[in-house]
Design a protein around this ligand. Structure first.
Ligand SMILES: [Zn+2]
Length: 135
């Protein structure tokens, strides 16, 4: 089936492409994006006001995304994530499905995941940036 204009995925993709690069670059470079799962495109953005659940090009749990849904869906995090991926500016957590579930639950319900913080301390997280440097 062809995607119709007005489909939420299409609107988000357009919004991501439209975001002001200058505005999103500091977010992209912050190394606050944590990749939880390759398979499910699940990320956490460690924001100043709490942890946001981000699903690539689809969803962000921040308030501006929620507010945008009845207008032009999108938010700076969804756009910045694409930039962070492109630049390799993110951290990757090798979390198992149970931990991922816990992190998502805590992020959505308490806005601050203690499981994520614990795992970031105990698991060696490879920043993509560091990986490039070593090669
Ligand atoms: Zn957002």
């Amino acid at each position: 089936m062809r995607e119709r204009p007005g489909d939420i995925e299409v609107d988000i993709a357009e919004n991501v492409a439209r975001q002001d690069k200058k505005r999103i670059l500091p977010i992209a470079l912050s190394l606050r994006f944590i990749k939880l799962s390759d398979k499910h495109k699940l990320w956490i953005y460690i924001g100043h006001k709490g942890d946001y659940v981000v699903i690539e090009r689809l969803y962000c749990s921040c308030s501006s995304f929620i507010r945008s849904l009845t207008r032009k869906p999108g938010c700076p995090h969804l756009a910045a994530l694409e930039e962070a991926k492109r630049l390799g500016k993110y951290r990757k957590l090798e979390a198992n499905p149970r931990d991922i579930e816990q992190i998502l639950w805590e992020s959505l319900n308490t806005k601050l995941s203690t499981t994520l913080r614990k795992l970031l301390k105990t698991t060696p997280t490879a920043s993509q940036e560091d990986k490039h440097r070593k090669q």
